[in-house]
Design a protein around this ligand. Sequence first.
Ligand code: ATR
Length: 279
Amino acid sequence: MSETFIARTGVMGWPVAHSRSPAIHGHWLRVYGLRGSYQLCPVQPDEVKGFMQRLRSGELRGVNVTVPHKEAVMAHLDHIDELARSIGAVNTITREEDGSLHGTNTDAYGFIAHLKKEVPHWKDALAHPVILGAGGAARGVLKALLDAGAQHVIVTNRTFEHAQALAQVFGEQVEARPWDEREKRLADASLLVNTTSLGMQGKPPLELSLEALPASAVVYDIVYAPLETQLLADANAKGCATVDGLGMLLYQAQKAFERWWGILPEVTPELRKLVLEAA
Ligand code: ATR
């Protein structure tokens, strides 16, 4: 490796301009004094194949994959680990020394790592989780909860068939319920997770009364812009423990960074602040 060699990493998506990942990885590259870069890679859907060839040729050491490519890239990889297969999506690709491409998924890790960090009694929260939404994010959350020991998870979604499809993939530990039952289902919930985009800046609000939810429940919103969503504000007002979506973003990045650089970087309050300011 020459003195001037800089190993490149980045995030591929479309659109990708608003990604906070460059701020996160850029911070760690500086903190750990690594000769590397992390860049935005705008890749349109019809450019995925060509971009994967560039990756294979060694232009980059690895990339994160974001919307809308997390499933599409899978057809172009040489190896996909069991975790990514069971989630059905890849968010981290590594170019190995021999030029082969390896895909994994660090979203499930990001979700559970942040829950563990924020909630000392996180194991109690696994008793009766309720997930709102059945898209790609829900799959990562579901995998994380089942791997952490949850025995029975309710998934409620606007399009009931999408919730049913998740129950089919993940088995009988997952129960699909119609969207209009979502408030009723909160009565027994130990953990409520919003995996929909509702409540995000520019999206419709998540209209959900938490009246039936026990104050002992943990409420986790994977939306991080705004950081305190209406859901989290309502949950705080009830006295529920709350977990915001920024930590999930930081911890999924932590695992990807470790995969590429062999260092598990620290998630610090300073980094949280920096990423919030990068918005
Ligand atoms: P991601 O892969 O990031 O999870 P997605 O696949 O588009 O994104 O999923 C978004 C989730 O938000 C889905 O569960 C979606 O419900 P549908 O399966 O019915 O599409 C949910 N969602 C989006 N807009 C919604 C709305 N206005 N009301 C209720 N749910 C909504």
